[in-house]
Design a protein around this ligand. Structure first.
Ligand SMILES: NC(=O)C1=CN([C@@H]2O[C@H](COP(=O)(O)OP(=O)(O)OC[C@H]3O[C@@H](n4cnc5c(N)ncnc54)[C@H](OP(=O)(O)O)[C@@H]3O)[C@@H](O)[C@H]2O)C=CC1
Ligand SMILES: O=C(CO)[C@H](O)[C@H](O)COP(=O)(O)O
Length: 476
């Protein structure tokens, strides 16, 4: 007899913890993993929760153990593995069963999978999950895309496993098709920008002032009590204060300076570019990881050009610390403005009607970018759901007015000292360009017309015009 209410495939970091979370909430869960030994180990370690876990060695057994109509969560590596897993399952499933891809899928793959499963009788859901290992175990933020009726069939289990913010589950249906995976992708793009800007401030304190990891950790810990209160700042403090058991040094000093990336940050930047929405802080964060990855080339370049000047080895005074805090805050506002602008455009292009206040609300707990800031963001979007850009919402105007002069000073000083701050300077450049009433694009238009006869608009007359370029110019 079928025992499980739900199934989960993929018992890696996320899947194993999500399965325990589901079991803990009282839902019997059937589990399967490609490598069977992992299923055995998982079950052995499930402790008291074993009574709600049904370990399965084959897909046939797995499907048979779930009560129809069967909701099945896939938590496997994104990409080919998802297609292979769906293909492997299809022979055993029946009409009405629901396949939920909970990995970090590219939303374009999700849209393709919806198309491929159309008329199959099966229901598909593309679901973004954020919160890492801890979130999966005790409450992630869950971003769902697909048919609303399909979501309603699994809503109670999803809401029960989701993080709660003041009692409200951080789980919502966000739109049809790839909406959930798109929002998760932009979440990660913002995560990249947040992390990179934090790393840049760390770099200023380490390489500009010569501060040690623990002292820098103390500064982040203090900031975590104020406007920068967030999971990423909190873990930054914890990471900087942790010792390496092998050497006794701060562990961060022993970690190779080469950042990995699995794709979501890059997809955010690509999609932003495809839609013509500036997401420069996110793009810079992705590029910074790529530059970091080629360490040999950096070492060669540092020999060729010399590194930045030696640290001053002076303790930064209170006004510098405050500037750094405000600069990070201003950068954060710009990065979120960009991320939400990308979602706004995608919402129109894919007709998702993305609910921005809901997105901000379900990011307040459980996910990696959770922060006090998102509470303000959620309240602001609720008051002004149609705001064209975060930077034009009253609360953010006041915050940015207070913070951007510090961002300017920090970027300027870092540039003079030769310290790289690509994401912070991209955020500043975006802000300055965004608020520039007369941009310099008049010159771009003139150049385009000169070499390509592309035409331009005039400020004093309608219609398309060409310039008086004379011989050598395309329009001459
Ligand atoms: N780690 C994180 O913080 C987060 C990860 N995610 C996403 O969740 C998904 C899972 O990530 P995570 O748990 O970290 O990854 P892990 O590497 O820990 O686990 C990967 C899982 O995928 C399975 N798998 C890999 N290839 C195949 C295949 N071809 N067919 C079937 N199963 C396969 C593995 O099975 P086997 O044991 O046989 O190798 C394993 O169960 C990814 O999409 C990831 O991007 C989302 C949010 C946060
Ligand atoms: O989705 C996540 C967090 O929200 C995953 O941890 C993801 O792997 C992070 O991206 P990357 O590996 O590219 O840093």
């Amino acid at each position: 007899m079928s025992k499980a209410e739900i199934g989960l495939i993929g018992l890696g970091v996320m899947g194993a913890n999500l399965a325990l979370n589901i079991a803990e909430k009282g839902y019997p869960v059937a589990v399967f993993n490609r490598t069977a030994s992992r299923t055995g180990t998982f079950f052995e370690n499930a402790g008291d929760l074993r009574e709600n876990v049904v370990p399965c060695a084959t897909l046939e057994e797995f499907v048979a153990q779930i009560k129809p109509p069967r909701p099945i969560i896939l938590m496997v590596q994104a990409g080919k593995a998802v297609d292979e897993q769906i293909e492997g399952l299809r022979d055993f499933l029946s009409a009405g069963d629901i396949i939920i891809d909970a990995g970090n899928a590219n939303f374009r793959d999700t849209i393709r999978r919806f198309d491929e499963l159309e008329n199959s009788g099966l229901t598909f859901i593309g679901m973004g999950v954020s919160g890492g290992e801890e979130g999966a175990r005790h409450g992630p933020s869950i971003m769902v895309g697909g048919e609303k009726q399909a979501y309603e069939r699994v809503e109670s289990v999803l809401k029960s496993i989701a993080a709660k913010f003041e009692g409200e589950p951080c789980c919502a249906w966000l739109g049809h098709g790839g909406a959930g995976h798109f929002v998760k992708t932009i979440h990660n793009g913002i995560e990249y920008a947040d992390m990179q800007m934090i790393a840049e401030i760390y770099g200023i304190l380490r390489d500009g002032f010569g501060m040690g990891a623990k002292d820098i950790g103390g500064i982040f810990a203090k900031w975590n009590e104020g406007r920068l209160n967030s999971y990423l700042v909190e873990i930054t403090a914890a990471v900087l204060e942790a010792d390496d058991p092998m050497s006794g040094d701060p562990i961060v000093d022993r970690i190779l300076d080469r950042a990995g990336q699995k794709g979501t940050g890059r997809w955010s930047a690509i999609e932003a570019q495809m839609m013509g929405v500036p997401a420069t802080a996110i793009e810079s964060a992705v590029a910074a990881r790529s530059i970091s990855a080629d360490r040999e080339l950096r070492l060669l370049a540092s020999k060729t050009y010399g590194s930045a000047p030696a640290p001053t080895n002076t303790k930064p005074d209170a006004s510098v610390i405050q500037d750094l805090e405000l600069a990070l805050f201003a950068g954060k506002i710009a990065a979120y403005a960009q991320g939400f602008a990308v979602m706004d455009q995608a919402s129109d292009e894919f007709q998702w009607n993305l609910p921005m206040p809901t997105i901000a609300r379900i990011w307040r707990a459980g996910c990696i970018i959770r922060s006090q800031f998102l509470g303000t963001l959620a309240r602001s979007f609720e008051a002004d759901p149609d705001a064209e850009n975060l930077l034009l919402i009253n609360d953010f105007v006041s915050m940015m007015e207070e913070a951007h002069p510090a961002l300017r000073r920090v970027v300027a000083q870092a540039a003079l000292a030769g310290l790289p701050v690509p994401a912070l300077s991209a955020a500043l450049g975006y802000f300055d360009a965004f608020r520039q009433a007369r941009s310099t694009a008049n010159l771009i238009q003139a150049q385009r017309d000169y070499f390509g006869a592309h035409g331009f608009e005039r400020i004093d007359e309608g219609g398309e015009h060409h310039g008086p370029w004379g011989s050598g110019a395309a329009s001459a």
